[in-house]
Design a protein around this ligand. Sequence first.
Ligand SMILES: Cc1cc2nc3c(=O)[nH]c(=O)nc-3n(C[C@H](O)[C@H](O)[C@H](O)COP(=O)(O)OP(=O)(O)OC[C@H]3O[C@@H](n4cnc5c(N)ncnc54)[C@H](O)[C@@H]3O)c2cc1C
Length: 403
Amino acid sequence: MEHTADSNDIAIIGGGICGLTTAIALEQRGLSPTVYEAASEYRPVGAGILLQTNALLVFERLGIADRIQSAGVVLDDTRILSPSGRVLQRFDLDDVERTYFDYGYVAIHRGDLQRILLDELDVEVRTGKACTAVDDTDSPTVRFEDGTRIHPDIIIGADGINSNVRDAVAPETEIQARDTAVYRAVTTCDLPGQYQSTGLEVWGHGTYTGGAPIGSDRFYWFATVPNRFEPATSNRQNRTDWVREYYSNFPEPIPTAIESFGSDDIITTGLTDVPKLEQWYRGSVVLAGDAAHGMLPFAGQGAAQAIEDAVALATALTTRADPTAAFETYERERKQRAGRIRTESRWLGSLGTTQSYFAYRARNVGVNLLPDSVVRYVRRNRITNTSLSEKPIGDSTSVPWSG
Ligand SMILES: Cc1cc2nc3c(=O)[nH]c(=O)nc-3n(C[C@H](O)[C@H](O)[C@H](O)COP(=O)(O)OP(=O)(O)OC[C@H]3O[C@@H](n4cnc5c(N)ncnc54)[C@H](O)[C@@H]3O)c2cc1C
């Protein structure tokens, strides 16, 4: 049995985007958390991810935005297209994001992002440590699948949408499944010049597909696929054949990207989100990232919100008088904003995946007619409200509540 007794012993359960970013933010503020990750090792696998301006602003605070931009592709614009290739909306990222906030969007391979976050850390990241339960939130014990236990002072549950730590904070939570899956793949292909710095979404009838370049010859593709197509997509080979056939007449670079991937390349994920939780903490246990507010991917904000959580939580823990006050401050700062974006993502998901032909046509006409002023307002507003730490990073703080 492992036992820890330091009064500022912090265990982060889950070493994904949220857990690692939280560890960096805490370390930069003079604390030494330990990260416990279920996977037996970190491997450079997975899909791509789009980091929007608010995520990059947080990474700037942590001093790693430049590294992230260099490892990914800094996009010039993103576009919403109809299946015939008509541009329904174009977001020129110089126009709002870079002009007012210095950062646009970066498309990056998840493995590359993970490597940068791990490189930034000096604290211990222990792999092969799957948490099975947290007992007694006031004087908590974490139990792991390998039979070991720890007794940290504070537990940060960053173990994703199917969080086990959440059972100790909000045991009644049932994650909500949608009748749609997402397919994702990273392909190696020669993209024509005009697609090398453009992110795109194609809003089709019943499906929502798109992607972005994540390197000079790498493209990250995604598509939503309603569960009714399951019989045609039940194994790897017929799934790939179905995808090629279904999207063959979609606008480029979708067909080119799809042609270049093999039958093992598609990652399939069922779409789920976490309902609003009454509280994000109980006793000495607090939730962050998808564990607290896992959302549908349509706003492209799940990771960005997890990254905002990381700095807000680290700031609260290093500036408030005791952990309870810190958790209250963190929850106050983050819960409403993350909840609003989760609702927005649901709404976009309903619009984006509608199965009704009439609603699909009306949606695409409506998106095309949206006034520029409204679109610009929404884009600015989301970034203006980013939860950023008020305290300068790099200034190591004494921890008020540590003994
Ligand atoms: C299809 C899709 C596309 C998306 N695209 C975007 C996008 O473009 N932009 C964006 O901002 N967001 C996007 N998201 C959302 C984003 O992926 C998540 O919000 C983000 O990964 C959340 O980070 P997290 O660290 O909270 O959880 P996770 O990334 O799920 O990480 C959790 C970590 O905890 C570990 N873990 C799990 N259980 C345990 C356990 N019991 N014990 C110990 N460790 C455990 C896992 O192995 C993992 O490393 C997308 C999501 C989906 C499904």
